[in-house]
Design a protein around this ligand. Structure first.
Ligand SMILES: Cc1cc2nc3c(=O)[nH]c(=O)nc-3n(C[C@H](O)[C@H](O)[C@H](O)COP(=O)(O)OP(=O)(O)OC[C@H]3O[C@@H](n4cnc5c(N)ncnc54)[C@H](O)[C@@H]3O)c2cc1C
Length: 270
């Protein structure tokens, strides 16, 4: 039997966000020796701010058609192998109370912290180690995997997972690290663009929407020829939340000047 050094792992995952923690628990349950590294002081900061602090953790009605991508087939196999129902079962196993807002849209009843604690508990149960405040200075490929230079020395692993997230909200720890690693290993990178972009509302539309604050009603937002509907949207700060998120993320053809989204019409029924 060969001895395993303290700096040698089967899997190292960079990024202790939603993706990295889920990956760590899954790999740990498969019997791999797992380490998660993150340069921030605390894990899962974006989870804590998600869903207005209550994390919209799944949508029971989501299908591949809900995912905007240049390659619409990309998400099909992942969604088939791990369904919204699977995640709901995990949430239920941890006794997390939740509620359905719009049909199928599930939020924590109490706090997004419950979801973060659930993922950290799963990592612990699976034997995955999570190490914060640790930056990786260099990654090199070896015959058997990868070598990572961190402040305290070198770490090695067979499989390396980059889960350092997107570019949004650098104050939450976001960096372009993942893109730089992809470049280092010769992967093609598509140009990035903001997903949730500002709206420009004409004064007339703004005045019409103002009285809707706090009201729940069906809404239809039109962006050029694309309609985004929500059967029961609640307007906060004058804008019905979910439907605007969808309308602000259309793929290229509807993108307008300076990443802004032009809204052609908004209809609602009370
Ligand atoms: C305001 C807001 C509300 C949202 N609401 C919802 C919601 O209700 N439901 C939902 O499903 N999604 C929601 N999202 C989106 C969701 O939060 C993200 O899609 C998700 O958290 C992304 O997870 P991730 O693990 O890919 O990345 P992140 O959460 O960004 O995690 C990446 C991790 O990598 C670390 N990292 C970055 N660079 C380095 C580096 N160089 N070295 C080491 N570590 C590094 C970061 O510190 C971070 O911990 C919301 C997002 C925002 C901004």
């Amino acid at each position: 039997m060969t001895a395993v050094s303290a700096s040698q792992y089967d899997v190292i995952i960079l990024g202790a966000g939603a993706a990295g923690l889920m990956c760590a628990a899954t790999a740990g349950y498969r019997g791999r020796r797992v380490l998660v590294l993150d340069h921030a002081n605390k894990p899962g900061k974006k989870i804590l701010m998600s869903g207005g602090g209550r994390c919209n953790f799944t949508n029971l009605n989501s299908t591949p058609a809900n995912f905007l991508s240049d390659n619409p087939h990309y998400c099909i196999s992942a969604l088939k192998r791990y369904t919204p129902q699977d995640f709901l079962e995990l949430v239920d196993r941890h006794g997390i109370e939740h509620e359905e807002k719009a049909p199928g849209q599930l939020f924590c009843k109490d706090s997004a912290k419950d979801i973060l604690n659930m993922l950290l508990t799963e990592c612990e149960w699976a034997g995955a180690e999570v190490r914060m405040k640790t930056a990786v200075d260099r990654i090199t490929e070896t015959d058997s995997g990868y070598r990572l230079r961190v402040g305290s020395g070198d770490l090695t692993c067979e499989s390396l997972v980059i889960a350092t997230g997107g570019l949004s909200i650098p104050t939450m720890g976001a960096t372009a690290f993942g893109y730089r690693v992809a470049e280092q290993f010769g992967l093609d990178i598509l140009p990035t663009r903001a997903g949730l972009v500002p709206f420009t509302l004409q004064p007339e539309l703004k005045d019409q929407l103002a009285p809707l604050s706090g009201v729940s009603c069906p809404v239809d937002v039109q962006c050029h020829d694309q309609h985004f509907r929500e059967p029961r949207a609640t307007a906060r700060q004058r804008l019905p939340w979910g439907v605007w998120i969808h309308a602000s993320s259309p793929p290229k053809p509807w993108r307008c000047w300076r990443s802004q989204t032009c809204i052609s019409s908004v209809r609602w029924w009370t």
